[in-house]
Design a protein around this ligand. Structure first.
Ligand SMILES: CSCCC(=O)C(=O)COP(=O)(O)O
Ligand code: ZN
Length: 172
């Protein structure tokens, strides 16, 4: 997470949906427990602190996918891949797909790409329009990558594996 980029959330309640999300504008490597904000599904703060500017998209992803955690990083490879394939990034026949929760050799996996926006409702609508339950990731063009999973460990592992996959197709 370069600079203050990226954000993280964990679902802490489901009815109604509640997430713990990183506070806005901080170095995510230097956070303490007081730098985490409780939010509702729309991204509105329910505890002290300013939630991530992208909290509304975390809430939408969790609500639609049922994920337990969402990771957002400003890795370079997803942004380069979206620039090259703005309608979706196709991955196939790569062992590392298993680390993303897909089978390596049977599936064609398309990572959806949506245009960037500062409006989390616009981003959320674009995400939901292209959502597939078997593909736990979204690239926001000229911005970064969202990946989700059942918990923070799974979301992080999927993020690391997908970043590798995207670097591979860019470099080949
Ligand atoms: C240089 S980071 C620009 C804002 C952004 O896209 C991001 O991921 C971090 O925003 P936050 O409000 O969560 O700190
Ligand atoms: Zn971002």
């Amino acid at each position: 997470m370069r600079g203050t980029s990226g954000n993280l959330s964990v679902v802490v309640g489901t009815s109604p949906l509640r997430l713990a999300v990183t506070a806005s504008g901080l170095d995510k490597g230097e956070m303490t427990s007081s730098d985490v904000v409780l939010i509702d599904a729309s991204g509105a703060a329910l505890s002290q602190g300013v939630p991530s500017a992208e909290a509304g998209l975390h809430g939408r992803i969790a609500a639609v996918s049922g994920a337990g955690a969402v990771v957002h990083v400003h890795a370079l490879a997803p942004v380069l891949a979206a620039e090259r394939w703005p309608s979706g990034v196709v991955l196939r026949d790569l062992e590392m797909l298993k680390g993303f929760g897909r089978s390596a050799h049977d599936d064609v996996v398309t990572i959806p790409v949506v245009p960037n926006s500062q409006d989390m409702t616009v981003l959320g609508d674009a995400f939901e329009a292209g959502y597939r339950a078997d593909t736990p990731a979204l690239i926001v063009a000229r911005h970064g990558l969202y990946v989700w999973g059942s918990d923070l460990h799974q979301a992080r592992h999927r993020t690391e594996c997908l970043e590798w996959l995207l670097r591979f197709i860019i470099e080949t």
